[in-house]
Design a protein around this ligand. Structure first.
Ligand SMILES: Cc1cc2nc3c(=O)[nH]c(=O)nc-3n(C[C@H](O)[C@H](O)[C@H](O)COP(=O)(O)O)c2cc1C
Length: 328
């Protein structure tokens, strides 16, 4: 899987691509494998995959206690340590592909740990970054946090792909946690399979084809989006009300829990139990209420929602005009 690490004085004829890898269920790994197929198949492109290994490792499937215990550090972008990376920071790459998942409306802890690692600051400084998200369906505010983490290391976000579970939000609020807690993708009879569909996973190859052509054409140097017109994202601004409410509560309760103790501390347990009850109430009230209210107010919100959709779909957009070229 890992190809030889490019030297600091690289072969100028080859384009060098760095890919960060972390995936618990294999969902994001499968998407990235499809995306990388066209890049790996081209001898003019060298791909280096850097696998992240948090210490201690996060479990999969999760126990309920470990799962919720991960939210204070996720919300506060305070990740655990990583096992030593294979790169030193002196390597040169033309393009960075950054696949990441959302944990509690923030970039997942392993990916946050990488972005806060001193080696990442050296590797990513001044480099064009293609972000690829695979999550349940709430990624908009996490992307804002990701932008800040990338800006902190001087990287340039040129594209964002977001692949989500296409089942109705209220169904995924049950199927996604059930998947993560049982390890089964269809954990609840009668409800849809959890996660990004097999078809959406297979179709990620279109992004790899477009990136290959762009690299061979030197277009990554322009620091402009390379994945426009490929239906890279589809933002749902109606989820923003819930995202804002939940982000706020994760942050405030996270502060309280972190004051009570570190990850796994028994002092956190009673507070966590209280928080889970609060969160379930929030999910069963704020999410459906805000969706119903917005459906009723739709005629008055149309323009505002369209503007928000466009903002959150930057930089790659939801256009489809190049699909005929790359999605076959
Ligand atoms: C601790 C935890 C918290 C999560 N929180 C969210 C979330 O806030 N929003 C979301 O859309 N998905 C969330 N997910 C789902 C992940 O983004 C991801 O889709 C899933 O964990 C599978 O990823 P992987 O197998 O590639 O690691 C969460 C998953 C975990 C493990």
């Amino acid at each position: 899987m890992t190809h030889p690490v490019p030297a600091a004085t690289p072969d100028s004829r080859q384009k060098r691509v760095l890919v960060i890898a972390y995936s618990q269920t294999g969902q994001l790994a499968a998407i990235i494998e499809r995306l990388l197929d066209p890049l790996r198949a081209d001898p003019r492109i060298a791909v280096h995959v850097e696998t992240l290994r948090p210490q201690p490792a996060f479990p999969f499937p999760w126990s309920i206690a470990r799962f919720f215990d991960a939210f204070p550090e996720s919300a506060h972008l305070e990740p655990p340590a990583l096992a030593p990376l294979s790169l030193t920071g002196d390597e040169e790459f033309d393009l960075v592909i950054l696949p990441w998942q959302v944990w509690f409306l923030a970039p997942s802890q392993p990916v946050t740990a990488f972005l806060k690692h001193p080696v990442a600051a050296k590797l990513l400084h001044g480099k064009p970054v293609v972000s690829v998200i695979a999550c349940r369906n709430m990624w908009m505010l996490a992307l804002e946090k990701m932008k800040k983490l990338l800006a902190d290391v001087g990287a340039e976000l040129i594209d964002n792909v977001a692949l989500t579970d296409r089942a109705p939000t209220m169904a995924t609020l049950f199927t996604a946690p059930a998947w993560l807690l049982t390890g089964k993708r269809k954990p609840i009879p009668g409800l849809p399979v959890a996660g990004v569909s097999a078809q959406d996973t297979a179709r990620s190859i279109r992004f790899g084809r477009a990136l290959r052509d762009a690299l061979l054409d030197d277009r990554e140097k322009l620091r402009q989006p390379l994945l426009c017109g490929l239906a890279a994202v589809e933002a749902n601004p109606r989820l923003l009300v819930s995202e804002r409410a939940a982000t706020r509560s994760f942050y405030l309760w996270g502060k309280l829990l972190r004051a009570a103790g570190g990850p796994g501390a028994w002092q956190r347990r009673p507070l966590l139990l209280l928080y889970v009850l609060f969160l379930i109430t929030l999910i069963l009230t704020v999410v459906p209420l805000s969706l119903i209210l917005q459906a009723l107010l739709r005629p008055f919100l149309t323009r505002r929602l369209a503007a928000l959709k466009e903002v959150h779909e930057q930089p790659s957009g939801s256009g489809t005009e190049r699909l005929h070229q790359y999605d076959f």
